[in-house]
Design a protein around this ligand. Sequence first.
Ligand code: GRG
Length: 289
Amino acid sequence: MEKRLSKIAKDTNDFLKNFFKKQKKTNLISPMKYGMFPGGKKIRSKLIVDVGSIFNVKYKKLIQIAAAVECIHGYSLIHDDLPCMDNDNLRRGKLSAHKKYGEATAILAGNSLLTIAFEILSNKNLNVSSTNKIKLINSISICSGHTGIAGGQYLDLSFERKKVSIQKIKSMEIKKTGKLFSFCCMAPIIVSNKLKHLKKFELVGEQIGLLFQIVDDLIDLKSSAKKAGKKTNKDMKKGKATLIKALGYKNTVDYRDKLKLNILKNIQIFGSKTKNLKETINYIVKRSK
Ligand code: GRG
């Protein structure tokens, strides 16, 4: 898994570095690159490659789509760290973008990473039909905006220090984190025209994203900043609405394990083709950062 993940991370970064190189030179390129390199684990990219291999999509195409997703993810992290959001000074083991460049520059670099994702997906070098490019852009927009990441972030902030139902917490976490994972699972289906599987993989993506977020919350509770590369133990201090807060630690771990089994059940009809996807699901549960 580690070997495969680091190859995907390198290939995604190489694509992005090349894409940045071809951009007109502006003052925002440097903070944009700061937010993107060396970058994070690239778990979303791995998911795209894993689902793509079930539907026989070419690796190069998958890496291009992964690069667009990592730009949106990078954007959301830069904005998430801002003082008006989660106010974090540390990200991926270094100063968060606004600490390094100031708030205004961090906001604009984040916005530019969002729009560059659309530039990547609409690029002529992405060997996908125009119809499918529009479908990809439509889907990633829905997953990133008020019905996805941004809407989930709004709920996350508005739930702070409130008693919130388990259902509402799950729905917030699915929007904040699950929707981008959902796009990762749908994109290979869109480009391979296997649309009869779209709904199933939309759901599986949301479930994997929820699983990822639950593990993230458990890491926040149990891990150190050194190990996690970001400040930990902050959900409790900020009064964040998490499943751990609503269910307690032990029940959250049980829920995580049940959710994982449910995801595995949902993909079992694809048989041995899901080997790499299963490996990623196990990695998500076992990860320490
Ligand atoms: C509209 C895209 C957009 C964003 C604006 C700030 C914001 C609204 C949303 C924040 C969403 C957010 C930060 C969700 C948390 C998801 C999460 C657990 C991130 C950590 O992901 P990892 O561990 O990070 O994959 P690395 O560093 O490995 O890439």
